[in-house]
Design a protein around this ligand. Sequence first.
Ligand SMILES: Nc1ncnc2c1ncn2[C@@H]1O[C@H](COP(=O)(O)OP(=O)(O)OP(=O)(O)O)[C@@H](O)[C@H]1O
Length: 299
Amino acid sequence: MGAIDVADVALAYGDLRAVDGVSFTVAEGEFFGILGPNGAGKTTTLEVIEGLRKPDSGTVSVLGQAPWPRNAGLLPRIGVQLQSSAFFDALTAREQIHTFAAMYGVAAKRGDEWIERVGLTDKASVRADKLSGGQAQRLAIACALVHDPEIVFLDEPTAALDPQARRNLWDLLSGLNDSGRTVVLTTHYMDEAEVLCDRVAIMDKGKILKLDTPAALIRGLDAPVRISIKAGQLLAPQASELPGVDHVAEDPDGLVLTTRRPAEVLSRLGADNLLDGLQVKAATLEDVFLDVTGREYRA
Ligand SMILES: Nc1ncnc2c1ncn2[C@@H]1O[C@H](COP(=O)(O)OP(=O)(O)OP(=O)(O)O)[C@@H](O)[C@H]1O
């Protein structure tokens, strides 16, 4: 039995099958990601697991218990990151987390510790509605964790943040399961899922299309590696002749060689002294999405 077991869950809004026969298990201590574009059904899946919605069919078990009908016994054991719009705007960051601490019956000191851990100590006296997007997300994460839940659910924790703020938040997120806590995160960012998650379920149109570690998803793809060489080092016809090269494209910066045998190509380029300024780009989860859906990923 996992920390979470989801078996053949379906939920429709009218004619729309938002979740359409979804099954997966999340192991205890795992950092599990549900990745998919807008409207894929990620939030609805999460809400069913959290016990906020009743599925039309299928079963869910969280820490060995059914979350629906509302299971008050589970509430202290799970943490749900609320959208920052759910804050009490007139309260400061510290008052906000103290309120959450009081609701869960834990000492206010624990709230202060979380404020520090998420890097908001110098913003503790700022009203929640005056925090930046990234700071508000940090506060929301701290509030979800103040009672030290065994499982924490994070629904798009970095949505609407600029790239730098997103990356800053990754450091915080990546440490959240260090103490054996289970983390379930939804995201529409491929790179985020790849960096943070032990395993990723790729979801689209209510279904899970693939589920594995990011590395295994990419390896299973047999996608080519792209090697860029600086302009002026090698001519395209010569590059095409190199053993292992499948395709050569020219761009203003030089050549891009596509290969499924990168070791062979790289050792040959090394022997010819052509490694200077070379860049290697492996396949990403973006290529996996393209492979399973037949269309480009648009978050
Ligand atoms: N309360 C609702 N009533 C009707 N349709 C809904 C409702 N909530 C979601 N939907 C629809 O169900 C589908 C799945 O939505 P859901 O929010 O679960 O997807 P998502 O993957 O979380 O997307 P996003 O990243 O945009 O939040 C979407 O087409 C959405 O428009």
